[in-house]
Design a protein around this ligand. Structure first.
Ligand code: SF4
Ligand code: SF4
Length: 167
């Protein structure tokens, strides 16, 4: 014999049981759950650490990273480091490959953008490139000046040494 309202009572029983159990939901975005240590969120690039070795580019299976360099006084200057997030697998291979910790992933998972072009992150700013070029040129000029001064000092000492040898 079928008892009327049996299903309803069963459902209410489950609701009642759940009502007194601890809540598993959080009030996002006010409340946030802790993320695992190895979570890969928004990428971060440290321009000053990068040595333009291309290891991250070669490690990436999806060709997400575009790196461009320019030679200044026989030194490589990174002029472009674009990260196209829409193709990223967040596998962390680029981070693992980097010998200088120049590319890292934060725990920021809010990556949505209103405009499609904004998904691509252009990490390198023109003023950073100019500053790096200036630093290299300055260092090269200082080195050349030091070498010239050393050569002049050596040249000045030479006749003195020659005189001593002659006597
Ligand atoms: S996390 Fe993986 S897919 Fe994304 S840029 Fe790095 S290597 Fe490429
Ligand atoms: S692996 Fe690191 S140091 Fe080398 S190019 Fe990539 S970010 Fe720069």
């Amino acid at each position: 014999m079928q008892v009327k309202g049996k299903g309803l009572l069963k459902g209410l029983g489950i609701t009642l049981k759940r009502f007194f159990k601890p809540k598993v939901t959080v009030q996002y975005p006010e409340q946030r759950l802790p993320l695992p240590d190895r979570f890969y969120g928004k990428p971060e690039f440290y321009y000053d650490k990068c040595i333009a070795c291309n290891m991250c580019v070669n490690a990436c299976p999806n060709k997400v990273i575009k790196l461009e360099t320019e030679a200044v006084d026989k030194k490589k200057v990174v002029t472009r480091y674009d990260f196209d997030q829409q193709y990223c697998l967040f596998c962390g291979l680029c981070q693992e490959a980097c010998p200088k910790d120049a590319i890292k992933f934060s725990k920021d998972f809010e990556l949505t953008q209103y405009n499609r072009p904004d998904i691509k992150i252009k990490f390198v700013k023109p003023e950073q490139v100019e500053q790096r070029k200036e630093e290299i040129r300055k260092a090269a000029a200082e080195k050349a000046a030091a070498e010239a001064a050393k050569a002049a000092q050596e040249a000045a000492l030479k006749p003195e040494t020659a005189d001593k040898e002659g006597t």
